[in-house]
Design a binder for this molecule. Structure first.
Ligand code: GLA
Length: 386
């Protein structure tokens, strides 16, 4: 009932109405805060007793992203399809213990040196460094306990540009054999354009090498919905870096023209993956670095289209390379979210510097000098097509 000025104000209905209005005014701000604040939950503890948290970023279109403080892992990305149906398009484990084992790096921030360093050794400022050889003869993704196996400090915030999760990790001088105290900040931002942006910043107090990436496995049909072979991909690259038998680049920048590595036009991932091609055989599919066209600024690196759901993922980055990996090493032993992950059930688009750059003077440098600031941006943009 509306307040009628002709009636005495203290009539009981009027009083009730006033009470309701006052209560509503008191509650409204907390709804507004809930809508803009980042939701935080415990994900349990690491083996050595550190508590791990999950943060949920949300936007106005029903898109939701969950990030873990363990490895900065992207745990889920929920996005609509062309009919508005939401599905989780990322592969993940259900508990911290599974992430602590050597594994597929589901969703992780990888570093200090993402991808491989041949024989786990490199020279920097005339000195030879040795880092753990955790992938046959080579170092992979920062060693036995890379950034993917560390608990990051987290702070949340939100503003007109979206909801943010700020992660920080200090990688101490000598950790996993790398020189220099390295402060790493990774900010995840979810905005209302259905973009998940990753902004990386790093500084060191001694010269070091650095290659940072994110290892999210996508399946645009929805995780657990089979393999990704019928997705289509475009990679904005005229060249790629062929590898030897241990997946170390030979140093050649080979034109993709006339090879199964030519994705300059949208092409079905599975169309040529089993071709009689030496590079595909060595990697058991695609697990290579593409030399992205253009440079220095954020530009389109790749576009993936899933025809049945109409979901589209575009990847933009300022990095020189992109590792396109088709989940060739998934073998059914990794499980999560009620799904068993088999070979090629997800793909990764790891924006990065070229693998083994410290041993290839012709590749863009991955050296970060003491006092210099490394900054980089990658955007995962989700849209749909009919
Ligand atoms: C990267 C590598 C692959 C594989 C995965 C993790 O993408 O290039 O060879 O090691 O990580 O399984």
């Amino acid at each position: 009932m509306f307040y009628n000025a002709a009636e005495p104000i203290f009539r009981s209905e009027n009083l009730m109405y006033l009470v309701k209005v006052v209560l509503l005014l008191a509650i409204l701000p907390s709804f507004a805060i809930a809508a803009f604040s980042v939701d935080k939950q415990s994900f349990g503890k690491t083996d050595d007793g550190k508590e791990v948290f999950l943060y949920t970023l949300k936007n106005a279109h029903g898109m939701e992203v969950v990030i873990s403080t363990f490895g900065g892992d992207v745990m889920s990305i929920k996005v609509p399809d062309k009919a508005g149906k939401i599905a989780d398009v990322t592969l993940a484990f259900d508990n911290v213990a599974d992430y602590e084992k050597p594994g597929p790096y589901f969703g992780a921030i990888v570093g200090r040196y993402a991808n491989r360093i041949a024989n786990g050794s490199f020279k920097l400022d005339g000195k030879e460094y040795h880092v753990p050889q955790n992938d046959g003869p080579n170092a992979l993704h920062g060693g036995n306990k890379g950034f993917d196996k560390r608990v990051w400090d987290a702070k949340q915030s939100s503003d007109a540009s979206g909801q943010h999760l700020h992660l920080h990790y200090l990688s101490k001088d000598g950790e996993e054999g790398f020189p220099g105290n390295l402060n790493v900040d990774v900010t995840y931002t979810l905005n209302d354009k259905n973009e998940l942006e990753l902004h990386y910043v790093a500084t060191t107090d001694k010269d070091t090498v650095l290659n940072l990436s994110n290892h999210t496995y996508f399946n645009l049909k929805g995780q657990g919905q089979g393999n990704i072979l019928d997705h289509k991909i475009m990679i904005n690259a005229d060249r790629f870096t062929p590898v030897d038998a241990t997946l170390i680049p030979t140093g050649v920048l080979q034109p993709v023209e006339g090879t199964p590595f030519d994705f300059r036009k949208l092409t079905v991932i599975g169309a040529r993956i089993d071709d009689d091609n030496e590079q595909l055989k060595l990697a058991h599919g695609y697990d290579h670095n593409w030399v992205l066209n253009g440079g220095g600024k954020v530009r389109l690196a790749a576009k993936v289209v899933e025809p049945t759901t109409g979901r589209v993922l575009e990847v933009l980055t300022d990095q020189p390379g992109l590792q396109f990996y088709t989940g060739n090493f998934l073998n059914g032993s990794a499980k999560g979210k009620g799904s068993v992950y088999n070979k090629r059930d997800g793909f990764c688009l790891e924006t990065q510097h070229f693998p083994d750059s410290p041993n290839h003077p012709n590749f863009p440098t991955t050296e970060l000098k003491a006092g210099e600031k490394f900054q980089s941006t990658t955007i995962f943009r989700f849209t749909t097509e009919k």
